[in-house]
Design a protein around this ligand. Structure first.
Ligand SMILES: [Zn+2]
Length: 316
């Protein structure tokens, strides 16, 4: 069911989709099946907006103690890595989870070392597999917001998982366009471990951006064998360490995994890769996505990708 109110279309004589809000119209692009009751789609741009009023009640910071430390609200006992349902889900239907990388409050992803990072990767994979088998889950997004600058409310090292009941447009576009790593990133190469390559993308919308991918096609984490997971762990530890050394302080970043959708659709070109981006154009200074960029969907990046890659390569 569409949740677009008909009143939005008052006076719009071009509407020809029979009032469903999607399909059939050349004026209003069909995007995805409207997923849930709380999900709206802009009738003109096709932008998907999850209206989540309950999130307003979410505390900015825990009132007492860290809920993720052993003995805390979300972690009664000791653990290495751990996942659980998000107490403040952005979507209904048990679709939002929290992933704890370590019981050490002061750790970073890179300080976990390869063995610790491998445990996180294995947990990401098992959660992807379990959520992806649900009939009502078409896409599993594993991601991390690191630092208050990008909205992380708790400092303890952790990430999140959203299990969507549709395939969101951006990953669908990437895979339909047959995304694959560059054969030779040249001046934008950052590091390699085994089959895995990290490079600054050609045209990132963010000042800081690094993409990690295997040279051989692998559709998702579940399909990545033990050797591949170890290489990925080593490359993540390497790259995230370089990013923290870039400005000699913890870099706020967003990281997400692009994995094959779990909608049982045909995605022959799905090529697993990880994107890491940061809004900082220099230490402590965020580049805001501003009016012209929001208005026109075209971006102005003050950091030259080749220069960023050179800086990161030097931070061995
Ligand atoms: Zn903690």
């Amino acid at each position: 069911m569409s949740t677009i109110p008909d009143s939005l279309f008052a006076g719009n004589g071009n509407r020809s989709d029979g009032g469903t809000g999607r399909g059939g119209s050349t004026t209003h692009p069909p995007v995805v099946d409207p997923p849930t009751a709380d999900c709206r789609i802009d009738p003109f741009l096709g932008t998907v907006v999850h209206v989540v009023g309950t999130r307003q009640a979410r505390p900015n910071l825990p009132v007492s103690g860290c809920p993720f430390c052993p003995g805390g609200l979300e972690s009664p006992g000791p653990y290495d890595v751990r996942s659980f349902k998000n107490r403040w889900p952005a979507m209904p239907g048990e679709r939002c989870e929290v992933v704890l990388y370590t019981s050490d409050h002061d750790a970073t992803f890179w300080s976990l070392g390869v063995n610790g990072a491998r445990k996180v990767i294995d947990l990401w994979a098992s959660r992807t597999e379990e959520l992806g088998t649900r009939d009502d889950v078409d896409f599993v997004l594993v991601f991390e917001n690191r630092g208050p600058e990008v909205g992380a409310t708790i400092a303890h090292p952790h990430g999140q998982i959203y299990a969507y009941d549709h395939v969101p447009e951006r990953p669908a576009r990437l895979f339909r366009a047959s995304w694959r790593p560059e054969v030779d990133p040249g001046e934008r190469m950052v590091a390699t471990v085994g089959d895995w390559v990290a490079a600054v993308p050609y045209a990132s919308t963010f000042p800081i951006a690094v993409t990690l991918a295997p040279r051989s096609p692998v559709p998702d984490l579940v399909s990545l064998d033990a050797a591949g997971r170890n290489e990925l762990a080593a490359l993540l530890v390497d790259v995230l360490g370089r990013l923290d050394r870039l400005y000699d302080q913890p870099l706020p970043y967003m990281m997400w995994l692009n994995q094959r959708p779990t909608d049982n659709g045909d995605w022959p070109d799905a090529w697993f890769h990880i994107e890491i981006v940061s809004p900082w154009r220099r230490a402590g200074t965020a580049r805001f996505i501003a009016a012209a960029e929001v208005a026109c969907g075209e971006y102005f990046n003050p950091v030259i990708p080749e220069v960023l890659a050179e800086q990161l390569r030097a931070l061995t």
